[in-house]
Design a protein around this ligand. Structure first.
Ligand code: AMP
Ligand code: GLY
Length: 423
């Protein structure tokens, strides 16, 4: 099979790596890829959101299956376009991608079908939003309705901060049209987990549980990022809790979408808060998580390309994924300054040495390769990933490998996975 993977992050490196292990694969392309993926796939110089060009490429090169990493092309309708042209593609269509593209869409779906989530109000008038916040006696979370590259959510400490967030989104238009409408939600407390499942429209195939580390600093302090590290499995989720999440959140969502005339095909990623009252949905993403994917996919022992094909073909009931029982963690190394502004073009050393460590794999994200040397080219640069007999051993291996890598102003959290160890 000829496969095209769309995207350029650590998630896409992990996808390409895992798909490359398939016995069915004959050739793999990536558009546009990064410095590290270049070594294992043929790079195509098309950006992830240039969906017409992607379709032309897939048609001209007789690609058997295209797999989409990031949300932007999905929300733009890349799946609908490919399907119109009879090209096989993995991912939800534009309507289904509303689950990620619009917080209001998802919240309204949850309310209509009794899917447990935080209480909320929707506003398109900043005055009314602020008047509502003035009357709230509990902390609130303010969210831009549309896509805002992970920055459109403010977990406000008090009313003043919440009202500032309203102004930022609605008056200063910090996120453009994405902030024309907002939700104001009740703040939930607990530990967060990521549940990823494959869904073929009917059948659901669970992937291993994982936990992200969203904040930039140790002990979950500082501003949110795309994710500074992840581990899998997440021991906070036992079998009973997993079944509850499937029964009360994931399955009802797939059924609700169907009621609304939407057939969900692809990977569904639920961000959940484990509250004292049980699991609550924070958000849905319609794609693989980054860096969760690096920790989850590394543990897959079966042919993952077969599972992706079964998703597209509506045959997930015929698939069972085999998992490496060991734990896996991914430590993200970022450019100093991220998630704010940061410098690029720093030479990265020690990559070969790190990659040679047993049970370690270094996924590239913001890297560029020039004359056989690697340079930084983004905020999140690398995802140093390791397997261990338990989470403590995985942490030890990953951080030993991290210490072999160097670039000017590199930054990483020192506490990835610690929560799982204390559990
Ligand atoms: P979202 O994009 O909606 O998942 O929000 C991004 C992050 O904001 C989440 O991963 C949580 O850390 C936090 N968050 C979102 N909604 C809430 C909520 N209702 N209560 C507490 N934290 C939240
Ligand atoms: N790790 C968070 C995300 O992929 O959205």
């Amino acid at each position: 099979m000829k496969v095209l993977v769309v995207g350029s992050g650590g998630r896409e490196h992990a996808l390409v790596e895992k798909i490359s292990q398939s016995r069915k694969l004959s050739k793999i392309y990536v558009a546009p890829g990064n410095g590290g993926i270049e070594d294992i796939a043929e790079v195509v110089n098309i950006k992830a959101d240039e969906i017409e060009k992607l379709a032309d490429f897939a048609a001209e090169n007789e690609i058997d299956l295209t797999i989409v990493g990031p949300e932007a092309p999905l929300v733009k309708g890349v799946v609908d376009l490919f399907q119109e042209r009879n090209l096989r593609i993995f991912g939800p269509n534009k309507k289904a991608a509303s689950l990620e593209a619009s917080k209001v869409f998802t919240k309204e779906l949850c309310r209509k079908y009794n899917i447990p989530t935080a209480g909320y109000m929707v506003f398109d008038d900043p005055k009314k939003a602020k008047a509502y916040i003035d009357k709230c006696d509990k902390p609130q979370v303010v969210k831009a309705d549309g896509l805002a590259a992970g920055k459109g959510v403010v977990v406000a400490a008090d009313r003043c901060e919440a009202k500032k967030a309203v102004d930022l989104m609605m008056q200063d238009k910090a996120f453009g049209d994405a902030g024309k409408r907002i939700t104001v939600e009740e703040r939930l407390y607990g530990e967060e987990v990521s549940i990823l499942v494959l869904c073929d429209g009917d059948n659901i195939c669970p992937l291993a549980t994982s936990q992200d580390h969203k904040q930039i600093y140790d002990e979950d302090r500082g501003p949110n990022t795309g994710g500074m590290g992840a581990y899998s499995p997440a021991p906070i989720i036992d079998d009973g809790l997993y079944d509850e999440i499937m029964r009360d959140i994931i399955r009802p969502t797939i059924n609700a979408l169907k009621e609304e005339g939407i057939n969900y095909k692809g990977v569904l990623y639920a961000g959940l808060m484990m509250t004292d009252d049980g699991p609550r949905l924070l958000e849905y993403n319609v794609r693989f998580g980054d860096p969760e994917t690096q920790a989850v996919l590394t543990r897959i022992e079966s042919d993952f390309l077969e599972a992706l094909e079964a998703t597209v073909d509506g045959k997930l009931d015929e698939i069972e994924i085999k998992w490496d029982k060991r734990s896996c963690i991914c430590v993200v190394i970022a450019s100093g300054g991220y998630p704010g502004s940061y410098e690029k073009g720093k030479e990265i050393t020690g990559l070969n040495k790190a990659a040679k460590q047993k049970d370690v794999i270094v996924y590239h994200a913001g890297t560029k390769k020039e004359s056989n040397k690697f340079y930084t080219s983004g905020g999140r640069v690398l995802g140093v990933t390791a397997l261990g007999d338990d989470i403590a051993q995985a942490i030890d291996k990953a951080y030993k490998a991290v210490e072999l890598i160097f670039f000017d102003k590199m930054y990483y959290r020192k506490d990835i996975g610690r929560k799982a160890v204390s559990r």
